[in-house]
Design a protein around this ligand. Sequence first.
Ligand code: SF4
Length: 91
Amino acid sequence: MQHSVLTEAEQHWAWADLGRCRDIPDLFYNGEDEAKATRRRKEAAAKKLCGRCPVIDECLRHATVNRELYGVWGGMTEAERHRQAGRLRTG
Ligand code: SF4
């Protein structure tokens, strides 16, 4: 019998394989040149998917612990995470 041994990086990201955004990452990040209305529409759609994601808690924990600056993680936009952390938005 063979056992696969996960590397530290694979363990760190194991939860992400179950994420609903796995095959549509573009929806979760805004382009610099995107209009505000487009950003808001994409963020709303991304948050809707997060709401039905089985790893939403792990994802938000990851984003908070690692201070992810950009994109929607765990059902929160970057602006919402910055506000929650008491930081000014930099991006
Ligand atoms: S909570 Fe949202 S951003 Fe996180 S893995 Fe799930 S779908 Fe992706």
